[in-house]
Design a protein around this ligand. Structure first.
Ligand SMILES: Cc1ncc(C[n+]2csc(CCOP(=O)(O)OP(=O)(O)O)c2C)c(N)n1
Ligand SMILES: [Mg+2]
Length: 417
């Protein structure tokens, strides 16, 4: 697949609002500019439907790898969603990405030291996650996979809470309703259906919240994802499907998942799809704001394919050197999401030495806190696994608990010998 930043003309929306379905706001009325709390008025007449182009592949980019702003009329509608972004907000995005990367590196190290059972690194995907995460509004609801540490950060979930499950001391670690951030989902693609059902409920309630489902390129091959696309389209659900195409599903490359660029799948379901440079935080923010905004206006789902790269292993149990070459990683390193924003901040004089030094110190403090909290996590009660299986208990669970108790007791006998 080629990456292209060639100019494209905005096209009209596919008009995916199904007649008589949701009763939510009509197209072209007031939408919300997520993440800033501001309200803004937009019309849908120029809403772009990248999927219409058939086999042509296009990529929305607002910041080049060299850190230069892309001034392209073809992306004007998306760019309008970040037109009034302030230097302070740009530094905020940079800070989010740096701290997320630092947290991720610490978690990888903790796994290597035997403090975590497993870790799924987000290295390289910071811009896709921070851009889209910062596009969400407090009342929006997020359905993540197991890799959305940057989105969790944006939702205000304390990063240390993400680690309990990876240490094996709990089954989640946070209350999903506290931050409208669902528990990590490991069953690939299933959360696309959960998000769609939730979004259908939001529409039935007459609320103007948006819902966003994260999943990977590999998940796009799951039936659940196609079913979710179809339900969302038919019921005009206010859900954004955010696919991070990090090029790999463990050891399976993109070629094993799809014959067409993933964003173009949306066309067959009747809603717009856009491929965005997932290493460009500004473009990821803009496109996600656009998609959530139209969902809130009652214009239904959209698919965003964030074109990015998994710089590390699939998880700490994986060894990518067995199935991909180092030069591939090197090519993506040149498109690093953090470096390109730094270049932009520096060339635009939006950040000085003091800012970067302070952030480095803050990163170290975060790493230290993460280490301390993880090491202090108490082991769970060994019988806790039998709790919360059924609300009112179950004969089979009771039997298994008794068997386990007998097994545990057998060690006590051995110790006594
Ligand atoms: C239903 C299901 N099938 C298989 C697996 C095993 N599995 C775990 S991660 C993964 C690959 C997912 O790839 P992708 O969707 O691209 O996400 P990424 O890990 O790259 O972020 C697979 C097949 C699973 N967890 N769930
Ligand atoms: Mg993948």
């Amino acid at each position: 697949m080629t990456e292209s930043t060639a100019a494209r003309k905005p096209r009209r929306s596919a008009g995916s609002k199904a007649a008589g379905t949701t009763g939510t706001k009509a197209a072209g009325t007031t939408g919300s500019k997520a993440g800033t709390g501001k309200r803004t008025t937009r019309t849908t007449s120029t809403t772009r439907n990248a999927a219409k182009k058939g086999s042509e592949t296009e990529l929305v980019q607002l910041l080049t790898p060299e850190g230069e702003r892309v001034e392209d009329a073809a992306y004007a509608e998306y760019a309008s969603y970040v037109a009034d972004i302030t230097p302070d907000e740009l530094r905020g995005l940079y800070r989010d990405m740096v701290l997320t990367r630092r947290f991720d590196a610490e978690a990888t190290a903790l796994q290597r030291q035997g403090e975590l059972g497993l870790w799924a690194s987000l290295l390289g995907q910071e811009a896709a996650q921070i851009g889209s995460g910062r596009a969400t509004r407090e009342d929006d609801y997020v359905f993540p996979t197991y890799r959305e540490h940057g989105v969790a950060w944006c939702r205000g979930v304390d990063p240390t809470n993400l680690l309990g499950m990876f240490r094996g001391v709990n089954n989640g670690g946070w209350d999903p309703n506290s931050n409208n951030f669902h528990l990590y989902t490991i069953v690939i693609g299933s959360q696309a259906l959960h998000a769609t059902g939730y979004a259908m409920g939001v529409a039935k309630d007459g609320a103007d919240s948006g819902v966003i489902a994260y999943f990977g390129d590999g998940a796009s091959s799951q039936g659940d994802v196609s079913e979710a696309f179809n339900f969302a389209a038919v019921y005009n659900a206010p859900v954004v499907f955010f696919c991070q195409n990090n090029q790999w599903a463990i050891s399976e490359s993109n070629e094993k998942q799809t014959r067409v660029p993933l964003y173009q799948r949306a066309q067959g379901f009747g809603f717009p799809g856009v491929r965005v440079d997932g290493n460009d935080v500004l473009a990821s923010l803009a496109v996600t704001r656009w998609a959530l905004d139209r969902a809130r206006r009652g214009e239904g789902p959209a698919l965003i394919e964030a074109y990015t790269y998994r710089m590390g292993a699939h998880t700490t149990s994986d060894d990518p050197s067995r199935y991909r070459h180092d030069d591939e990683r090197a090519a993506w390193e040149a498109k690093d999401p953090i470096l390109r924003l730094r270049r932009f901040l520096e060339s635009a004089n939006h950040a000085d030495e003091g800012f970067f030094a302070e952030l480095e110190a803050e990163s170290e403090t975060l790493g230290k806190r993460v280490r301390e909290v993880v090491r202090a996590m108490p082991d769970p009660d060994r019988f806790a696994i039998f709790e919360n299986v059924y609300a009112d208990g179950h004969a089979l669970v009771d039997e298994e608990r008794a068997q386990f108790a007998a097994y545990q007791a057998s060690f006590a006998d051995a110790e006594g010998v």
